[in-house]
Each structure stands twice: as C-alpha cells, then as structure tokens.
Write a protein that binds this ligand. Structure first.
Ligand SMILES: Nc1ncnc2c1ncn2[C@@H]1O[C@H](COP(=O)(O)OP(=O)(O)O)[C@@H](O)[C@H]1O
Ligand SMILES: [Mg+2]
Length: 361
C-alpha cells in the first residue's frame, strides 16, 4: 500500500492548509482514541454509529464494537499503542446506536495525544459491500443446492420410471405373449390358419415391444450399473455408442474400480453420457477414447475426442450441460475439467476421490 508523503517532504507550507476543515468535512470517519476512549471523532464517524459528535466524547471503544469482535479490536489497539505494529488496516464488526451491525474498514496508526501514545485512524463504512458479498455467497450456495436437488429428483424419477416400465409394462407384455402362445397351441389342431398368421404377427410385435421396453428402461436407469459396476457399465455404454454413431471408440482401464456408492456411480455415468451426447452434437469427431485409472482412493477418467475442439472460453463459460456435469462431479466430492485437447479435439477429465475402506472420516 502506498503511504502518503511525509509532511516534511511536502512542497507546500503546511501551516496554510486548513486541516481541521478537511478532517471535519471528510467522507471517511476520523477518530482519535486515547486510553481506550474516544477523544475526537468527526461528524462522518459519529454518523456511522448514529450518534452526535458530543455523545461520543469519552466513549469506550468496546461500546462501539460487537461482542464477538471486542477482544480482537482491543488486541489490535494494544499492538499499535505499544508500537509493536505501528499501523494496521482491518475490517471490523461494529454496533450502531440502534443495535444493528455495521462493518467498517479501519486504518489506524499510533500518534501522540497530550504527550502520550494514542491512536488516530480513518474508517470507511463497508456494510453494503459486505451485505452484497454475503448475498452473493448465499445465492451461490442456493444455486448449488438447487442444482443438486434437481439432479436427485431427476434420478429418483428416472429410477421410478425405469421400475414401472420394466416391471409393470414388461410383465404385462410377457403375459400377452404367453396368452398368444396358448391360443396358437390350441389353433394348431383346428383349422384356424388365419388365427395362426395373426398370432404370429402379434407374437413378433410383442417381442419387439418387450425389447423396446427393456431398452427404454435401461436408458432411464441402466441396470448394468447395479449389476456390473460403473467401469463395466461405462464400457458397455461406449460400445453401444460406437455402434449407434459409427465412431471408433476405445476404452482403456488401468487398475480396478474402488467401492462407489450407487449415487456416485450414477452421477459419473450421467457425466460420461452427457459428454458423449456433446461429442455427437458438437464435435464432428471420428474417434472417442476413454481412459480410466482406478485406485483404492478414487479414480480418474479422461475422455478425448478428435473433433473440432472446444474454445477455451466456451469451456470456461459453460452451457447448462457442462454446468450440470460439473455440478454432478462436485456433488460426489470430485471435479471435472473441460478443455481443448492437445491433439485438437476436446478433453474432459473427471477426478473422483473415494475414502478407502477403514479410513477415518
Ligand atoms: N466435445 C465437444 N466438442 C466441441 N465442442 C463442444 C464439445 N462439448 C461441448 N462443446 C461446446 O460447449 C458448448 C456447451 O456445451 P453444453 O453445456 O453441453 O451445452 P449444449 O450441449 O446444450 O450446447 C456447446 O454448445 C459446444 O459449443
Ligand atoms: Mg450438451
């Protein structure tokens, strides 16, 4: 911080400068404290606390600060009076006459008052700035919670949906199929060839429907996640993706999968799913490579495509898809980076820590 030029170096005759008027009209609060009590305050300083200047004369420092910041303020006062720290700039929580809290930024230094060490300082009211910062932090936290909540609700809905489609619809279709088979068995011995033809069609249609139901249910909540684990499920998804998109895919695994909660593996699965959707939508790539490194204390996953690449500022600014991916990673205690790949495409790097079994929380 730049300190003002010492008076001795000033090119102006200081006796000609109306310091008293300047101090009294200053926009900053100015005060002198001696023996822990206020000996001088200007109008701005008094107004910050809702007092008249005369009311503050002789007032103790502790009467102006909140209970929790009292000791800190007194300690800083002591340091400056003793000469240990000649000048300190800090923010403190003070108490307004009407009881509300005001935040001041204080810059005070040791001076002589009636031949004894005293403290003179300046104060700026930063209450509004602090309130804005707190509001910003609060709304950012709310945003995180909201995003988490939306992810959880969506996952629950998907699981419900998957169960309904698979168990209820799938079950009903299987019954239809059995009924048709029964009809066919009876029709074989009679002369009902037409029935046979119709039921043949019906049978293949029901089989197609059963397959479709399975596929839809799997998309909503891949059963392979629960039965095979995350890494195998990702491998399966990648292979299916390659078949559907015609892109060359590779999956490379080092190490093995650490124990992951169902929530964690679902979040990671969705991250890769969204990343693959982005490859189809934006990359114009021919190849996708996934590299997973698993350890007892977590895993890392890199996914790289050889497409047109992502601009560094797009990756930083992030659309809702990327924000959702990052939020999912954050929710499981991990992190996600999206960046231009060295080879020209796009690289996403997912890091997920896991507490090894037996480790202390
Ligand atoms: N694999 C990728 N290759 C090239 N650009 C990408 C890739 N992934 C994302 N992007 C860019 O990042 C932007 C933000 O992605 P995202 O947040 O998922 O939103 P959306 O997919 O809805 O556009 C995309 O619009 C695209 O420009
Ligand atoms: Mg997207």
């Amino acid at each position: 911080m730049n300190r003002p030029t010492p008076a001795a170096e000033s090119p102006v005759d200081l006796d000609e400068i109306p310091f008293q008027g300047i101090v009294e009209a200053a926009l900053a609060g100015v005060y002198v404290v001696h023996d822990e009590r206020f000996r001088y305050v200007n109008g701005t300083f008094a107004a910050m606390f809702g007092y008249a200047i005369a009311e503050m004369d002789g007032m103790h420092m502790r009467d102006l600060v909140t209970l929790d910041s009292g000791d800190d303020v007194m300690e800083k006062y002591r340091q400056r009076i003793s000469g240990e720290t000649p000048s300190i700039r800090y923010t403190t929580k003070c108490r307004h006459k009407d009881g509300h809290t005001v935040y001041l930024e204080i810059d005070g230094a040791r001076v002589l008052f009636r031949g004894q060490p005293a403290l003179s300082g300046m104060a700026i009211d930063i209450t509004e700035r602090v309130a804005r910062q707190q509001e910003l932090l609060r709304s950012r936290e709310q945003l995180h919670q909201l995003a988490q909540h939306i992810n959880t609700v969506r996952e629950e809905q998907r699981a419900d949906f998957a169960r309904d489609v698979h168990d209820v619809l799938g079950g009903m279709l299987t019954s239809i199929k059995m009924d048709v088979t029964r009809i066919q068995r009876r029709a074989v011995n009679s002369d009902l060839h037409e029935i046979l033809t119709i039921t043949d069609d019906l049978l293949s249609l029901t089989q197609e429907t059963i397959d479709a139901v399975r596929r839809i249910a799997d998309e909503a909540r891949p059963r392979s996640l629960d039965s095979l684990g995350l890494f195998a499920a990702l491998h399966e998804m990648l292979v299916a993706f390659g078949e559907r998109s015609g892109m060359a895919v590779s999956f490379h695994l080092d190490g093995s999968e650490p124990p992951l909660s169902s929530h964690c593996s679902t979040q990671c699965y969705r991250i890769v799913q969204e990343a693959l959707t982005n490859v189809v939508r934006h990359a114009d790539a021919r190849q996708v490579r996934v590299h997973v490194r698993g350890r007892a204390d977590g895993f890392e996953l890199d996914m790289e495509d050889d497409g047109r690449g992502i601009a560094a500022d797009t990756a930083k600014r992030a659309g809702l898809g990327l924000i959702g991916m990052k939020e999912r990673a954050r929710e499981v205690g991990g992190s996600l980076e999206v960046a231009p790949a060295r080879t020209g495409g796009t690289l996403i790097s997912l890091r997920v820590p896991v507490r090894p079994p037996g480790a202390r929380p």
